[in-house]
Structure formats: structure tokens, C-alpha cells
Write a protein that binds this ligand. Sequence first.
Ligand code: SF4
Length: 468
Amino acid sequence: MPGMTVTEKILAKHAGRTRVEPGENIWVSVDILMTHDVCGPGTIGVFHEQFGKNAKVWDKDRVVIIPDHYIFTADEKCHRNVQILRDFAKEQQLKYFYDADFVKNEPKMPNPYRDPTKTNYKGVCHKALPEEGHVRPGEILLGTDSHTCTAGAFGQFATGIGNTDAGFVLGTGKLWLKVPPTMKFTFHGEIPPYLTAKDLILAVIGTTGVDGATYRSMYFAGEGIRSLNLEDRMTLTNMAIEAGGKNGVCEVDEKTLNYVKARSNRPNWEVVTDDADAAYFASYEYDLAKMEPMVAKPHSPDNKDTAHNCRDVKIDRSYIGSCTGGKITDFIFAANILNGRKVKVPTFIVPGSTEVHQDMLTLNLKGMPRKAGEDSIWSTLASAGCEMGPAGCSACLGGPEDTFGRTHNTEVVVSTTNRNFPGRMGSAKSAVYLASPLTAAASALTGHITDPRDYVTGRIDTGTAGVI
Ligand code: SF4
């Protein structure tokens, strides 16, 4: 009998079993359920309909609600969604509800927060979950968002579920899941300075296709993964869903342990590793020294090409943000390219979270606390002519007409987001090229898709950013 993979072991443990097999259906106990302003109201509706209007959630300390999607907008319907979450959090006395400051009685565009250091609002759920101590190795985290798989970067089983399932989890803390077979992706060598995890995952999805990992676990391992900072690993696991994956998961190492020990709001958790003789559905090997900066051309994340091959593509704007490109290390990468230069096309900057926003103000270009007189990440990007927005999902999901950075016409965009289906960033006529923050920044300087090797001359130090 072969050994088990990380995903199989986590699922077995949460089913009260010593062993599970791919394809088996099992009941699992859930550690954390997350929802947000788009799916939260529907989930709450299912919960009340099925369990009664006076029902209580299974564990008020394991439900996390993070408004993040349609936040920087004056649209009333979006604000009503946040109000539904607010009412539910109060009714259920939830400990973890990260409310925005605005919503009522704002005269114009309501900013979700005034000061990133003094707000309970967090921003993008997948960035906020680890920051606020809700992710831990060996646990199961479910969320009403397809990119919930992001948290697999911390060695846990994390996946997106629909409102109906989430309503059931709210009432019971359990879910019926099929055990996915695991595909293993091993990266050899150290990450070169001109690549980020975005290039790696675009290469992977370009190989598997958008359905090549459907209902499978994607396990990322090897020296190359260990050389990535934790935030970059989140970009890898985030986009597992773009290959159809049930979950993405990374090996746990010292970087993971240091971060989780510093942040977790629960002390007890267990690191799970795959057995040496674990059986994989398929295995892929990549040599980082041979990989190039990648893009996904319109209109699919698997439409891969190199940034170099796309150098004749003129762009109308660059967008650096979202759960794949709005982390502090993403902005350090971008700021080092844009430092002392001016962007040629409108370039939108959207921090993934208020903590990222805060770090952008307090860290220098090497990711270290800024000394008097030194430029911050924020001031460097603003001086380069970028348009600076508040933390949240913003135009990654299009959003209402007034959403910051949203497309409205035939704009050609290079973007650090994770999906480029028609209309994803607003207008169905616009064309989105997915790329790393290095490529998005380099392209902002030239007005066409640009290989970041034209600007990156050595390793970009990210210092203490995103470490704990
Ligand atoms: S930033 Fe984009 S991909 Fe991430 S949670 Fe928000 S809308 Fe979804």
C-alpha cells in the first residue's frame, strides 16, 4: 500500500481516519469557514433557511467574515451587502468580522478607511486570513471564494465552496468532500531575480491547461519553492484553481513556521508532510534557471507566452494589485523597477490589505523600516506617476462602474491579477495580459509588454517584508 500525500493526510485526520484514498467521499470537520461581501449574504440566507431564523453558527470563533470585493464604490447595493454581514456578525456575536469604516452617511465615493494603521478593515480576504492568524499547517480552511486555495501556501488544505455548502458548514462545522488525487510540481534551483511565482504558475497552467488539474490537489515542492518568499508561494497556490485544482499546497519550512508562530491565534496545530512513497497522479519537474518571464494572453490564464515574445503588444494601462499581485513583496519588486522613472501609461496600484498599505508607507525599497529622508514604497510608486488606490479587490473582479482601475472600453491591460476571461476587469471588450509585478512595472515604463530582464540587474532584496 503506497504512502499518503499531504492533502490525503490532512483529510484523513479531519475525517477521524488513519487513511483515505483518492476518489473516496468523506465527512470532514472544518477548522475555519471564511466568507465575504459577495457570497456572504447568500450563505447567510441558506443558513437561516435550512437551520432556522434563530439558529446559531457551529462555532462563532471559527467563522471569519472579510468584506473586500465591492468596497471602493458608491454603489448602494454593494453597501447593502456589507450591512447584511454586519447584522449577521452582531446577531451571532462573531469574533472575527473585519468591517469597513464607511458605508453610511458618506457624501461621495466612500473610502473604506481613513488611516491604514487605525482600521478594523483588512482588504482582500486571502491576504487578510494569514495576517490575522487564521491559517495554520495541517488544518482545513473553506471559503466562499474560488481563490481560498491561496492558504495552501501554509501547508493546509484550503478550497473554495459554494454558498449552499458554506451555509451547511455554518450550521454543522462539517462537509462531505471527495478526496482528490495529487499532482506534484517540483521546482529545481533558486528563483532568479527576474522571475516571481507568477511566472512559475503561468508556466504550469500553460502546460496543464485551465482544466488539467480538475478536482486534483496541486502540490508544489522542491528547492525552488523553498527559495520563494511566503507571499510568492501564496501566488502559486492561489492560481491552482486556474488549472481547475481542488487545492494547492506547499511544503512547510522554517519560513512557514516562523510566520504562523508569530501570527496564529491558536497555539495547537500539526505540520503534515507527504510520505516518501506517496502515490501521485502525475509529477512535473521544472528547472528555474531555464524558465522565462511569462504572460497569459487574452482571454485565458492558460494562453501562455513569454513576455519577450509579446514585446510588440502595446498596452493602455498597467494594474498592480489583487491577491496575486498586491502583497508587500510584489510592490517592492515593482517599486525597484519604477524608482526614479516615470510610467508611460496609467498605472493603478491597489494594496492587497491595509497592512500592505501600511507597510508601503513605512518600508524602504529594500523592505526595511524607512529611515528619515528615505523614500517609501508608496512615495516611490506615487513619484513614478502611479495612481494609488485603497486596499481591496478593486478592478480584479471588474465591479460597479465607479470601481478604481476598472476597464470600460477596449483597453489593453497588463495586470498582476489571476484571471483574464472576457469582462473580468470590467469591460468585455478589454484585453488583459496576466503577468508578474516585475513585468507589469517594466511594461508601465515602456507602454508595451516588456521583459523585466531589461530593468532587473540583480536580486531585489525584500528584507523583512512579509516575513512574519
Ligand atoms: S483580489 Fe481578485 S481574485 Fe483575489 S479575492 Fe479579490 S476579486 Fe478574487
